[in-house]
Design a protein around this ligand. Sequence first.
Ligand SMILES: [Zn+2]
Ligand SMILES: [Zn+2]
Length: 145
Amino acid sequence: MPKSRGLTPAQDRYLAIIYSFDEQKRDITTGGLAKALGVTPASVSEALKFLESKKLVERRSWGKYALSQRGREIASRMSHNHRVLETYFVSVLGLNEGAACEEASKIDMLVGDGLVASMCRALSWPSVCVHGRPIHHGSCRGCER
Ligand SMILES: [Zn+2]
Ligand SMILES: [Zn+2]
């Protein structure tokens, strides 16, 4: 559950955007994140400092940051859940992409692993989400595959 990690939804979003930068092999910098999130570099620095204190991100040289192993685990689980949820909302419930993404963002850290795993199974473990980004399935496959 998110509470046990001590992160707010806003901090979760930072982790998610850092993860997507990482996936796209983009440099994770204060300026780049500020631009992507539409916030000031000062608020990004503050968030990065907090995530660093939680050992979720690490500062590298030249003002670049990287996810720590723990940060990567949390972010990859969150992105898996988000992408499965939005894909389910579009393919099964018929929501449009924007609405599906928005709704998924509200619950991607709260939804239980079992429920997400059932959705993965119902969708036959899709390899991409509605935005065309990769979905990496892990324990959700259970022992069925
Ligand atoms: Zn989305
Ligand atoms: Zn899955």
